[in-house]
Design a protein around this ligand. Structure first.
Ligand code: HEC
Ligand code: HEC
Ligand code: HEC
Ligand code: HEC
Ligand code: HEC
Ligand code: HEC
Length: 371
C-alpha cells in the first residue's frame, strides 16, 4: 500500500513539475499596463530586525567561550606560529599546503595546487567556512572527502580516507618526485652551488606512512600487516585533537599530541584497556638513530641543511651529493633505503601512526645497510 501511495505521489509531483514547466515555456505576449496606483499609499511599519551585532557576538565577544578557547589553543599551533610560511608566502606551487587562501582555492578548483592565491597564513578560514551564513554552520570543514595522494609509489591506487582527518592528510602528504627507471636513481642538486638535493618525499610524510603508500620495499621485502589505527572514528583528529581534561594547552586546536593525552582518550581504551603500550616506540627510536648513522657513514645523507629554529632538524635532512652542485647516481637499493628513511624520520610519531609497519620498514632498511 505504502509503496503504491509513494509511487502515486511521485507521479503527481512529476506531473505538476511538467505542467509548471509547460506554463513557463508557453507564456504569451505581455498584456497592456494597468492603471497607476493611489499615491501616498504606504504599508504598515515592519517589525524591528534583529540587531546585526548579536549575530557577530556569537563568535566575537567574551561570552563566546568555546571559540575563544579554540583561538587560544590555535595560537600555540605551528600552523600559525611556524616559520615556514614566511619563506613560502606568495609561492603558488607551495601555497596548496603552506598558505590558507591557497589551500582553499585549490580545494575549490578540485586540484592539488592553487592557480593565483598564496598570500595568507593557515588560519581558521583555511579549515572552516567562516563568514558564509554568520552562524554555527560556518564551522563546517572546508575539506573532508577521501582523496588521491600526490605520490603513491608502488601502491596500486592512490586513494586514501582518513575521515575527518582527510583535512590533515591533504597537506601532510609527500610531494611528487621522479626516479629514473632501471637500476639507478639520479639525484640532482638543489642549485648549481648547493651541496644538497631535494630528492625525496618533502617534509609532510604522515599520510603516506599512515596509508603505506609511497615507501619502497627494499630488496622486495614486503610488509603483510595492516594499520591497526586505520579505522579510528576521526582518523588523525581522533588523536591530535583529543581533549586533555586538565591541560587546555594540549590537544584540541593546538593539534599537539602528548603521551599523557593519548592515555586519556576513551576511544583508545577499546584496544588499549591497560594504557598505551610503549615497547615499539622504544625500538623505533633506537632503530631510527642507527639507520641515520648508517646512511651518514655511507655518505648518503646530508644533515647540515636544516632550518635553525628548534623542531626542524629532522625535516631538513636531504639526499647527499657526491660533489657540490653535481648530479649523483646511486644504486637502486641505496636509493630505496634512503627514501624510506626520509619518510620514516619525517613522520616523527615514533610509530603511533602505524606501529608494526614503521618498525618493519626500519628493520628492513637497517638490515640492508648493515650487509
Ligand atoms: C560563526 C562564527 C562567526 C561569526 C558569527 C562571525 N564571525 Fe567574524 N570571524 C570568525 C572567525 C573564526 C574569524 C577569524 C578568521 C581567521 O583568522 O581565519 C573572524 C574574523 C573576523 C574579522 C577579521 C577579518 C577577517 O575576516 O578575518 C572581522 C572584521 C570579523 N570577523 C567581523 C565579523 C562581523 C562584523 C560579524 C557579524 C556580521 C562576524 N564577524 C560574525 C567567526 C565568526
Ligand atoms: C593547509 C595545509 C594544512 C592542513 C589542512 C593541516 N596542516 Fe598541519 N601543518 C601544515 C604545515 C605547513 C605545518 C608546518 C608549519 C611550519 O612549521 O611553519 C603543519 C604543522 C603541523 C603540526 C606541528 C608539527 C611540528 O613540527 O610541531 C601538527 C601536529 C599538525 N600540523 C597536524 C595537523 C592535523 C592533525 C591537521 C588536521 C586537523 C592538520 N595538521 C591540517 C599544513 C597543514
Ligand atoms: C603537499 C603539501 C605541501 C606542498 C605542496 C609543499 N609543502 Fe612544504 N611542508 C608541508 C608540510 C605538511 C610541512 C610540515 C611537516 C611537519 O611539520 O611535519 C612542510 C614543511 C616545509 C619546510 C620545513 C622543513 C625544513 O626544512 O625544516 C620547508 C622549508 C618547506 N616545507 C618548503 C616548501 C616549499 C619551498 C614548497 C614549494 C616548492 C613546499 N614546501 C610545498 C607540505 C607541503
Ligand atoms: C588545520 C585545520 C583547522 C584550523 C586551522 C582550525 N580548525 Fe577548528 N576544527 C578543525 C577540525 C578538524 C574540527 C572538528 C574536530 C572534531 O570533529 O572533533 C574543528 C572544530 C572546531 C569547532 C567546533 C565546531 C562544532 O561543530 O562544534 C570550532 C568552534 C572551531 N573548530 C573553531 C576554530 C577557530 C576559532 C579556529 C581559528 C582560531 C579554528 N577552528 C581553526 C580544524 C581546524
Ligand atoms: C594513534 C594516534 C595518532 C594518529 C591517529 C595520528 N597521529 Fe600524528 N602523532 C601521534 C603521536 C603520538 C605523535 C608524536 C608526538 C610527539 O612525539 O611529540 C605524532 C606526530 C605527528 C606529527 C609531527 C608532530 C611533531 O610535533 O613532531 C604530525 C605532523 C602528525 N602527527 C600528523 C598526523 C596526521 C596528518 C595524521 C593523520 C594522517 C596523524 N598524525 C594521525 C599520534 C597520532
Ligand atoms: C582497533 C584497535 C586499536 C585502537 C582503537 C587503538 N589502537 Fe593503538 N594499537 C593497536 C595495535 C594492535 C597496536 C600494536 C600493538 C603491538 O603489536 O605492540 C597499537 C599500538 C599503538 C601504539 C604504539 C605502541 C608501542 O608499542 O610503541 C600507540 C602509541 C598507540 N597504539 C596509540 C593509540 C591511541 C592514542 C589510540 C586512540 C586514539 C589507539 N592507539 C587506538 C590497536 C588499536
Amino acid at each position: 500500500m505504502i509503496k503504491t501511495a509513494n509511487k502515486f505521489s511521485t507521479m503527481l509531483l512529476g506531473l505538476a513539475m511538467a505542467f509548471s514547466g509547460f506554463l513557463m515555456s508557453c507564456e504569451g505576449p505581455e498584456g497592456p499596463a494597468g492603471p497607476a496606483g493611489t499615491k501616498g499609499d504606504t504599508g504598515a511599519t515592519g517589525k524591528d530586525g534583529k540587531d546585526g551585532i548579536t549575530k557577530c557576538q556569537a563568535c566575537h565577544s567574551d561570552a563566546a567561550a568555546d571559540v575563544n578557547l579554540k583561538t587560544a589553543q590555535y595560537n600555540l599551533s605551528k600552523h600559525g606560529t611556524g616559520e615556514v610560511y614566511l619563506e613560502e608566502a606568495g609561492r603558488i606551487g607551495c601555497g596548496g599546503c603552506h598558505s590558507g587562501d591557497g589551500f582553499r582555492e585549490a580545494i575549490a578548483l578540485g586540484k592539488d595546487d592553487p592557480t593565483s592565491l598564496a598570500t595568507s597564513k593557515i588560519n581558521c578560514k583555511t579549515c572552516h567556512t567562516i563568514h558564509k551564513a554568520y552562524d554555527s554552520t560556518d564551522w563546517k570543514l572546508s575539506f573532508s572527502s577521501a582523496f588521491n595522494l600526490r605520490f603513491k609509489g608502488l601502491a596500486t591506487d592512490a586513494n586514501v580516507d582518513f575521515k575527518t582527518g582527510n583535512l590533515c592528510g591533504k597537506c601532510h602528504q609527500a610531494r611528487t618526485y621522479t626516479r629514473t627507471p632501471g637500476d639507478f636513481d639520479t639525484i640532482s642538486a638543489a642549485s648549481s652551488t648547493s651541496s644538497y638535493s631535494r630528492f625525496g618525499p618533502h617534509y609532510g610524510t604522515v599520510a603516506n606512512v599512515f596509508a603505506m603508500k609511497g615507501l619502497n620495499n627494499i630488496e622486495g621485502k614486503e610488509y603483510s600487516g595492516s594499520n591497526p589505527h586505520a579505522n579510528l572514528a576521526k582518523g588523525c583528529v581522533s588523536c591530535h585533537m583529543g581533549k586533555n581534561s586538565t591541560n587546555p594547552a594540549a590537544g584540541g586546536h593546538t593539534f599537539q599530541m602528548s603521551v599523557a593525552q593519548m592515555g586519556e582518550l576513551t576511544e583508545c581504551k577499546t584496544c588499549h584497556s591497560t594504557g598505551i603500550p610503549t615497547a615499539k616506540a622504544t625500538q623505533i627510536k633506537a632503530l631510527l638513530a642507527e639507520y641515520r648513522q648508517l646512511l651518514i657513514n655511507k655518505s648518503l645523507l646530508d644533515t647540515t641543511q636544516a632550518l635553525g629554529e628548534e623542531g626542524y632538524n629532522v625535516l631538513g635532512e636531504y639526499a647527499k651529493l657526491s660533489a657540490v652542485g653535481k648530479k649523483t647516481a646511486i644504486k637502486k637499493a641505496d636509493g630505496d633505503a634512503l627514501l624510506n628513511y626520509l619518510y620514516l624520520a619525517k613522520d616523527r610519531s615514533n610509530g603511533a601512526h602505524n606501529p608494526g609497519y614503521v618498525l618493519f620498514m626500519l628493520q628492513n632498511g637497517v638490515d640492508y645497510l648493515k650487509k
